[in-house]
Design a binder for this molecule. Structure first.
Ligand code: GLU
Length: 258
Protein backbone atom coordinates (compact mmCIF):
# COMPACT_ATOMS: atom_id res chain seq x y z
CA UNK A 1 0.00 0.00 0.00
CA UNK A 2 1.39 3.35 -0.98
CA UNK A 3 1.32 6.46 1.16
CA UNK A 4 -1.65 7.89 -0.72
CA UNK A 5 -3.91 5.00 0.39
CA UNK A 6 -2.59 4.65 3.94
CA UNK A 7 -4.62 5.76 6.92
CA UNK A 8 -1.94 5.63 9.60
CA UNK A 9 1.57 6.63 8.62
CA UNK A 10 4.79 6.55 10.64
CA UNK A 11 7.63 8.75 9.39
CA UNK A 12 11.12 8.40 10.77
CA UNK A 13 13.49 11.34 10.52
CA UNK A 14 17.20 10.62 10.80
CA UNK A 15 19.54 12.98 12.67
CA UNK A 16 21.37 13.89 9.46
CA UNK A 17 18.21 15.61 8.19
CA UNK A 18 18.03 17.88 11.22
CA UNK A 19 21.69 18.73 11.61
CA UNK A 20 24.42 18.68 8.99
CA UNK A 21 28.06 17.60 9.26
CA UNK A 22 29.05 21.14 10.21
CA UNK A 23 26.58 20.93 13.12
CA UNK A 24 24.25 23.47 11.56
CA UNK A 25 20.57 22.88 12.19
CA UNK A 26 18.62 22.49 8.93
CA UNK A 27 15.77 24.77 9.98
CA UNK A 28 14.66 25.63 6.48
CA UNK A 29 14.32 21.93 5.61
CA UNK A 30 12.32 21.30 8.78
CA UNK A 31 9.90 24.14 8.16
CA UNK A 32 9.29 22.84 4.63
CA UNK A 33 8.83 19.35 6.08
CA UNK A 34 6.21 20.81 8.44
CA UNK A 35 4.25 21.83 5.32
CA UNK A 36 4.38 18.20 4.16
CA UNK A 37 2.98 17.08 7.50
CA UNK A 38 0.34 19.80 7.41
CA UNK A 39 -0.79 18.47 4.04
CA UNK A 40 -0.93 14.87 5.27
CA UNK A 41 -3.05 16.04 8.18
CA UNK A 42 -5.34 17.92 5.83
CA UNK A 43 -5.98 14.75 3.82
CA UNK A 44 -6.86 13.03 7.11
CA UNK A 45 -3.90 10.77 7.70
CA UNK A 46 -3.00 9.71 11.23
CA UNK A 47 0.65 10.63 11.58
CA UNK A 48 3.36 9.57 14.00
CA UNK A 49 6.83 11.03 13.70
CA UNK A 50 9.84 9.14 15.03
CA UNK A 51 12.72 11.56 15.29
CA UNK A 52 16.36 11.03 16.12
CA UNK A 53 18.52 13.94 17.02
CA UNK A 54 18.57 14.07 20.82
CA UNK A 55 22.21 13.02 21.04
CA UNK A 56 23.22 15.09 18.00
CA UNK A 57 21.61 18.24 19.41
CA UNK A 58 22.96 17.52 22.90
CA UNK A 59 26.46 17.22 21.40
CA UNK A 60 25.98 20.49 19.57
CA UNK A 61 24.93 22.27 22.75
CA UNK A 62 27.83 20.86 24.75
CA UNK A 63 30.31 21.14 21.85
CA UNK A 64 31.14 17.44 22.07
CA UNK A 65 31.86 14.89 19.36
CA UNK A 66 29.32 12.05 19.21
CA UNK A 67 31.96 9.55 18.19
CA UNK A 68 33.89 9.93 21.45
CA UNK A 69 30.90 9.56 23.77
CA UNK A 70 30.70 6.64 26.22
CA UNK A 71 27.26 5.16 26.90
CA UNK A 72 26.62 6.75 30.32
CA UNK A 73 27.65 10.17 29.07
CA UNK A 74 25.59 9.83 25.91
CA UNK A 75 22.55 9.13 28.08
CA UNK A 76 23.02 12.45 29.86
CA UNK A 77 23.69 14.16 26.52
CA UNK A 78 20.45 12.66 25.13
CA UNK A 79 18.52 14.09 28.07
CA UNK A 80 19.95 17.54 27.34
CA UNK A 81 19.41 17.20 23.61
CA UNK A 82 15.85 15.86 23.76
CA UNK A 83 14.52 19.16 25.03
CA UNK A 84 16.47 20.97 22.30
CA UNK A 85 14.93 18.60 19.76
CA UNK A 86 11.40 19.22 20.96
CA UNK A 87 11.99 22.98 21.07
CA UNK A 88 13.19 22.85 17.49
CA UNK A 89 10.10 20.95 16.36
CA UNK A 90 7.73 23.11 18.37
CA UNK A 91 9.18 26.37 17.09
CA UNK A 92 9.14 25.16 13.48
CA UNK A 93 5.82 23.30 13.44
CA UNK A 94 4.01 26.17 15.22
CA UNK A 95 4.33 28.16 12.01
CA UNK A 96 2.28 25.49 10.20
CA UNK A 97 -0.15 25.36 13.17
CA UNK A 98 0.62 21.73 13.96
CA UNK A 99 0.13 20.54 17.54
CA UNK A 100 2.80 18.17 18.81
CA UNK A 101 3.26 15.78 21.71
CA UNK A 102 6.24 13.73 22.86
CA UNK A 103 6.50 10.00 23.61
CA UNK A 104 9.74 8.39 24.77
CA UNK A 105 9.79 4.61 24.48
CA UNK A 106 12.10 1.82 25.54
CA UNK A 107 12.38 -1.59 23.89
CA UNK A 108 10.18 -3.12 26.61
CA UNK A 109 7.35 -0.70 25.90
CA UNK A 110 6.94 -2.15 22.44
CA UNK A 111 7.63 -5.78 23.27
CA UNK A 112 5.51 -6.31 26.39
CA UNK A 113 1.91 -6.76 25.23
CA UNK A 114 0.23 -4.71 27.97
CA UNK A 115 2.58 -1.79 27.48
CA UNK A 116 2.28 -1.96 23.71
CA UNK A 117 -1.54 -1.91 23.95
CA UNK A 118 -1.30 1.05 26.27
CA UNK A 119 0.98 2.91 23.86
CA UNK A 120 -1.42 2.13 20.99
CA UNK A 121 -4.29 3.64 22.99
CA UNK A 122 -2.26 6.76 23.66
CA UNK A 123 -1.51 7.12 19.94
CA UNK A 124 -5.21 6.78 19.13
CA UNK A 125 -6.20 9.38 21.69
CA UNK A 126 -3.60 11.77 20.33
CA UNK A 127 -4.96 11.27 16.79
CA UNK A 128 -8.46 12.10 17.93
CA UNK A 129 -7.21 15.18 19.77
CA UNK A 130 -5.51 16.28 16.55
CA UNK A 131 -1.97 16.11 17.99
CA UNK A 132 1.02 14.55 16.26
CA UNK A 133 3.20 12.43 18.54
CA UNK A 134 6.95 12.66 18.12
CA UNK A 135 8.57 9.47 19.36
CA UNK A 136 12.16 8.88 20.31
CA UNK A 137 13.88 6.17 22.27
CA UNK A 138 14.11 6.94 25.97
CA UNK A 139 17.89 7.05 25.59
CA UNK A 140 18.53 8.41 29.07
CA UNK A 141 17.25 5.35 30.90
CA UNK A 142 17.60 2.45 28.44
CA UNK A 143 20.71 0.43 29.24
CA UNK A 144 22.98 -0.94 26.53
CA UNK A 145 21.56 -4.48 26.58
CA UNK A 146 17.98 -3.37 26.16
CA UNK A 147 18.52 -0.42 23.90
CA UNK A 148 17.27 -0.20 20.34
CA UNK A 149 20.20 2.09 19.64
CA UNK A 150 18.77 3.07 16.30
CA UNK A 151 15.47 4.61 15.42
CA UNK A 152 14.92 2.50 12.30
CA UNK A 153 13.88 -0.51 14.32
CA UNK A 154 12.13 1.64 16.92
CA UNK A 155 10.07 3.18 14.10
CA UNK A 156 9.11 -0.25 12.78
CA UNK A 157 7.96 -1.32 16.27
CA UNK A 158 5.96 1.89 16.56
CA UNK A 159 4.39 1.11 13.16
CA UNK A 160 3.59 -2.39 14.42
CA UNK A 161 1.94 -1.36 17.69
CA UNK A 162 0.00 1.49 16.11
CA UNK A 163 -1.22 -0.82 13.28
CA UNK A 164 0.21 1.63 10.75
CA UNK A 165 -0.28 0.93 7.06
CA UNK A 166 2.98 2.48 6.01
CA UNK A 167 6.37 3.41 7.46
CA UNK A 168 8.68 5.85 5.70
CA UNK A 169 12.32 5.95 6.76
CA UNK A 170 13.79 9.30 5.76
CA UNK A 171 17.55 9.55 6.00
CA UNK A 172 20.48 10.56 3.83
CA UNK A 173 20.30 7.46 1.64
CA UNK A 174 17.85 6.78 -1.20
CA UNK A 175 17.53 3.08 -0.57
CA UNK A 176 19.26 -0.15 -1.31
CA UNK A 177 21.55 -0.35 -4.34
CA UNK A 178 22.43 -3.40 -6.41
CA UNK A 179 26.12 -2.64 -5.66
CA UNK A 180 27.96 -0.10 -3.51
CA UNK A 181 27.17 3.18 -5.38
CA UNK A 182 30.37 4.80 -4.03
CA UNK A 183 32.50 2.12 -5.67
CA UNK A 184 30.51 1.21 -8.73
CA UNK A 185 28.90 3.71 -11.10
CA UNK A 186 26.64 1.01 -12.50
CA UNK A 187 24.97 0.48 -9.12
CA UNK A 188 21.20 0.78 -9.47
CA UNK A 189 18.67 1.73 -6.86
CA UNK A 190 16.30 -1.15 -6.27
CA UNK A 191 12.73 0.16 -6.57
CA UNK A 192 10.72 -2.57 -4.95
CA UNK A 193 11.40 -5.59 -2.78
CA UNK A 194 8.67 -8.09 -2.08
CA UNK A 195 10.63 -10.57 -0.06
CA UNK A 196 13.65 -10.07 2.16
CA UNK A 197 15.89 -13.00 1.42
CA UNK A 198 19.62 -13.65 1.89
CA UNK A 199 20.50 -11.81 -1.34
CA UNK A 200 18.80 -8.67 -0.09
CA UNK A 201 20.46 -8.96 3.32
CA UNK A 202 23.87 -9.32 1.68
CA UNK A 203 23.44 -5.95 -0.01
CA UNK A 204 23.00 -4.15 3.29
CA UNK A 205 26.05 -2.69 5.02
CA UNK A 206 26.29 -0.86 8.27
CA UNK A 207 27.99 2.33 7.14
CA UNK A 208 26.62 5.53 8.64
CA UNK A 209 27.48 9.21 8.67
CA UNK A 210 28.57 11.43 11.55
CA UNK A 211 25.22 11.52 13.32
CA UNK A 212 23.22 8.52 12.17
CA UNK A 213 23.43 5.27 14.06
CA UNK A 214 21.58 2.90 11.77
CA UNK A 215 22.99 1.80 8.45
CA UNK A 216 21.18 -0.10 5.73
CA UNK A 217 21.27 -3.20 7.92
CA UNK A 218 18.94 -1.69 10.54
CA UNK A 219 16.63 -0.57 7.73
CA UNK A 220 16.37 -4.13 6.46
CA UNK A 221 15.71 -5.30 10.04
CA UNK A 222 12.97 -2.69 10.24
CA UNK A 223 11.52 -3.91 6.94
CA UNK A 224 11.35 -7.45 8.32
CA UNK A 225 9.40 -6.28 11.37
CA UNK A 226 7.05 -4.36 9.06
CA UNK A 227 6.59 -7.34 6.80
CA UNK A 228 5.48 -9.48 9.74
CA UNK A 229 2.93 -6.90 10.75
CA UNK A 230 1.49 -6.24 7.30
CA UNK A 231 2.88 -2.73 7.13
CA UNK A 232 4.53 -1.40 4.00
CA UNK A 233 7.82 0.38 4.32
CA UNK A 234 9.71 2.84 2.17
CA UNK A 235 13.28 4.09 2.39
CA UNK A 236 13.81 7.53 0.90
CA UNK A 237 16.40 10.24 0.84
CA UNK A 238 14.92 12.98 2.98
CA UNK A 239 17.61 15.58 2.30
CA UNK A 240 15.63 17.08 -0.56
CA UNK A 241 12.95 19.68 -0.08
CA UNK A 242 9.46 18.33 0.81
CA UNK A 243 10.28 14.63 0.41
CA UNK A 244 6.79 13.50 1.43
CA UNK A 245 5.12 15.49 -1.32
CA UNK A 246 7.44 13.88 -3.85
CA UNK A 247 6.72 10.43 -2.48
CA UNK A 248 2.97 11.13 -2.71
CA UNK A 249 3.27 12.06 -6.36
CA UNK A 250 5.73 9.20 -6.95
CA UNK A 251 8.05 11.59 -8.73
CA UNK A 252 10.91 10.42 -6.62
CA UNK A 253 13.34 7.56 -6.37
CA UNK A 254 12.76 5.49 -3.33
CA UNK A 255 12.62 1.87 -2.31
CA UNK A 256 9.38 0.21 -1.26
CA UNK A 257 9.04 -3.01 0.65
CA UNK A 258 5.62 -4.04 -0.57
N1 GLU B 1 17.70 8.04 19.78
C1 GLU B 1 18.88 8.64 19.26
C2 GLU B 1 18.80 10.16 19.33
O1 GLU B 1 17.76 10.73 19.37
C3 GLU B 1 19.14 8.34 17.82
C4 GLU B 1 19.15 6.96 17.34
C5 GLU B 1 19.38 6.94 15.82
O2 GLU B 1 20.21 7.71 15.33
O3 GLU B 1 18.72 6.18 15.13
O4 GLU B 1 19.80 10.82 19.28
Amino acid sequence: MYLKDSKTVVIKIGSSLLINDKKIIREKWLSEFAKDIHYLKKIKKNIILVSSGAIALGCKKLKLSKKKLKLDKSQAVASIGQIELMNLFKKTFNKSKINLSQILLTLEDTEKRRRAINAKRTFENLFSLGFIPIVNENDSIATSEIKYGDNDRLASRVAQISSADCLILLSDVSGLYSKDPKLDKKAKLIREIKNIDQNVEKLATNKTGEFGSGGMKTKIDAAKICQFSGCHMAIANGLINRPIQKILTKKYMYLVFA
